[in-house]
Structures are given as C-alpha cells and as structure tokens.
Ligand binder design. Sequence first.
Ligand SMILES: Nc1ncnc2c1ncn2[C@@H]1O[C@H](COP(=O)(O)OP(=O)(O)OP(=O)(O)O)[C@@H](O)[C@H]1O
Length: 308
Amino acid sequence: MTFPVSPPHDPEALPHSHAGSGMQSAAEPAQAHLSKPHAAPESISLQDVTLARGGRVVLSQISLAIPQGSFVGVLGANGAGKTTLFHALLGLEPAVQGSMQINGQPVRRGHRAVGYMPQMRKLIGGQFTGWSMVASALHGQRWGLPWYGRAGRAAVDAALAAVDAQDLAQRPVAALSGGERQRLLLAQTLLDDPSVLLLDEPLASLDPARMRETVERIHTLARARNMTVLMSAHDINPLLGLMDHVLYLARGKALLGTVDEVITTKALTALYGAPVDVVRAGGRVFVVAEGGGSALQEHDCGGCGAHA
Ligand SMILES: Nc1ncnc2c1ncn2[C@@H]1O[C@H](COP(=O)(O)OP(=O)(O)OP(=O)(O)O)[C@@H](O)[C@H]1O
C-alpha cells in the first residue's frame, strides 16, 4: 500500500457525509459506535483525545469506540501517530486532553489485559533459547529471571503452543529467521492472556507469504480468544479479508470504519485534504497521491511498482 506524505499537523475538515455508515471520525464525535453482531461491549474507547510528542500535536480530538473482538488494521504514513496511539493506550503517553478506556477502565500503565508487541525489536538476548526468550517477558519482566515457577512455565509452554512454536523452544534465538522470531514475540504478548493486543508493525521485514501467514495466525488466535487486535501496518493488502475495521490516521485525524468505507478515494482525499487515489487491481488495494511516486514516502511504497 502506498500513502501520500502527511504534512505537519493541520486539523482541518474531515468528511461530514458518512452519517449512518457506522464510520467514525474525529469530525463526528457523536457518530454511532462501530456495529458488531450481538452488540459486543466496548474494548477500546477514546473521547476527544489529543496526543502530542515532543510538544507537537500528533493526533487531535480523536473519538472512537472499538467493540471487543474486533480485528483492526491501523494504517497511516510514517509519523502519522500509530505508535503514539499505542503508547497512549499502554498508559505510556498521557493525553493532552480527553479520556481513554480499555475494557471500560481508564488506561493505565502495566494493564495485564493489554498485550503489546513494540515496533523496534532489537535482537536482545539472541543467545537465549526460544523458551527463555518468551519466559523473559513473564509478568512484564525482561531477560534474566532464573526461575519461573510451575504456573509460569506452563504459561510459557501454552504461549508457545498457541503460536505453533514448540519446535523453537530449544533453539537459540540468534539462529532463528525473522518469521520464527516474530512467532516468539507474539507468544510473549499472549503470556498474560490479554483481551487486547496492540501489535506495532508485526509484519515488518516479513516476506509476503509470511505476512499473510502471520495475519492469519493472529486472526485465528484473536477469534478463538475473543481478543481485540490493533495491528499497525504499512501495507493493507495482507490484512484484506481478515480485518473487521480500518483505523486510518492522517494529518492529526483518524477515520475508523470498514475497508469499503475508509479505503475510498473520497474518504481518504477528505482525510488528507489533498487528492488521493484508491486503486483496486488484481484483488489488491493501492493508495496513491496525485502526482505519483515522488509524493510518496519510500517506506510506504508497497504498491508503487503497480503504478510506475
Ligand atoms: N520520542 C519522541 N519525541 C518527539 N517526537 C516524537 C517522538 N516519537 C515520535 N515522535 C514524533 O511523533 C510523530 C508520530 O510518531 P509515531 O512514531 O507515532 O508515528 P508512526 O505512525 O508510528 O510512524 P512510523 O510508521 O514511521 O512508525 C512523528 O512526527 C514523530 O516524529
């Protein structure tokens, strides 16, 4: 997927024409919440939330509600605020204004119901086995706990089994492929049996087949455990057909809805405040800025080749 460059924060108009669609934007704070069969309770909700980094507003007056069990792709150009949003939901970045709840409770640091896979994943502890690497995240601890107790060991075994990684348990992490390490990282996030998973670019550096396999694995796990998943990505295509909703961030605003509601020329042009084309070809979706490649960030050019 390709995204246009997002200019510095400029909270201007978003489309006001989605009434009745279930799509939510910061311009429509009173919009009905996303619908799910059986009226699932809210898993994540934000009211009028503004987030800043380094004294600069990154997301402005965001209001949204995500039902329990939703699988949400979080999309946006570099710097759009995906990681900032995750940090805020983890209680690591206080909101400048507004309120945020997870499972009906105000967000707080160290919430056991929230599993998190960070974006920057240096290979710390590559000398460990897969089992030790997963165990190192028990109860939020990292690296070096010598003894875990019976319950802890069972939790590690269960997490490894959940991601089909028992065969990696005794292998040195340094000798594993990126995709295998990804599975161990996912196992870490499952240790506390979370009801919400925040996954920051878990597909980074995977090949297309591994990307899809990873999304399917996470989707299957999420469905089986009724977990809410927010997964940030730079390419929407591996997520197509599995996401319930897209949360698209641009220019300090957020747009939440189904793929068909959000990933349209009209909706994204309004969100960006600049011409954006959504092109569907061969079962894939591409988002391109008017003027083509030069306006696009290299990192976002998952589909640039198709438009050359
Ligand atoms: N520690 C920091 N101090 C100051 N500004 C920061 C910090 N971290 C991020 N920012 C800024 O906040 C904005 C949002 O960054 P964020 O990391 O949330 O974007 P992102 O959508 O996750 O981007 P990417 O796709 O590149 O990971 C960017 O303009 C970034 O430069």
